[in-house]
Design a protein around this ligand. Structure first.
Ligand SMILES: [Zn+2]
Length: 259
């Protein structure tokens, strides 16, 4: 994807087969079954996890979300996903070694987004500034929301740029906007350059089918009513702006334009 001066590439780390009611516990299965081509033969969603690499023409390399990482315990039964650990290889294919990454942006600190934050206690991207909303750092690192997340993220303490408030602008073309609900510090990354735009929405939406139903409760939301309000707000904003959106769980990590 070319957004003005910025090139955006999907970075798949893996794929997890998931029953749709794990993501959306209140949505009856027939609703999913009625959507053509969404469920596989076993009635599962094939849910990717990973992130995106944005490269600007000044040589900045910004990775958005870091997948599940090495040997992730992502499934409810603690098993490994059948497809995982692809993200470093994908970056290598794109000619992007870890020490060339200038920035990492974490949409939120759930385990399937911070997996490659560190490897054996050492930051995987040694020269990158890691942009994290302070509310998520507080919740997941200073408090004890999730031990696995804290193990992955705590080694970033010196490399973390903890931002506060409603929004921050790391580069002219990049704005991070606080969108709490899924987690306390969840955020949306808006890429805009030369009149073109793209929103990287993190887990505001896990599947494009939910774009028509922002009130669908996600089973992993920290504050369900705040999350529903954030989803409804962003759908309106992105539709009005004509900005395509994509999240690291969208099929094939493909952007969707709201009509
Ligand atoms: Zn996620």
């Amino acid at each position: 994807m070319q957004i003005g001066d910025v090139t955006v590439e999907p970075l798949t780390d893996g794929v997890i087969p998931m029953p749709p009611n794990l993501l959306y516990p209140d949505v009856p299965l027939p609703v999913w079954q009625a959507l053509p081509g969404v469920l596989d033969g076993r009635g599962m969603l094939q849910v990717p996890f990973g992130g995106f690499l944005a490269t600007d023409r000044w040589g900045h390399r910004v990775v958005f979300d870091l997948g599940g990482g090495l040997a992730p315990q992502l499934l409810p039964d603690g098993e490994l996903p059948p497809v995982c650990e692809l993200l470093p290889r994908r970056l290598a294919e794109l000619g992007c070694p870890p020490d060339s990454v200038t920035d990492v942006v974490l949409s939120h600190l759930h385990i399937d987004h911070v997996g490659w934050a560190s490897t054996a206690g050492v930051a995987t991207f040694p020269r990158a500034r890691h942009h994290i909303h302070a509310a998520d750092w507080r919740h997941f690192v200073d408090e004890d929301a999730d031990d696995a997340v804290r193990d992955k993220v705590a080694p970033l303490r010196d490399a973390a740029v903890l931002w506060q408030g409603d929004a921050v602008t790391p580069y002219d073309w990049l704005r991070l906007v606080h969108a709490p609900g899924h987690t306390p510090g969840a955020s949306v990354a808006l890429i805009g350059s030369r009149g073109q735009s793209l929103a990287l929405v993190g887990d505001l939406f896990h599947h494009p089918a939910a774009l028509d139903h922002p009130h669908w409760r996600c089973g992993f939301d920290w504050d369900p009513s705040a999350a529903a309000a954030a989803r409804a707000d962003w759908v309106d904003k992105l539709r009005a702006a004509g900005t395509p959106l994509v999240g690291p769980h969208f099929p094939e990590l493909r952007p969707v334009t709201l009509r």
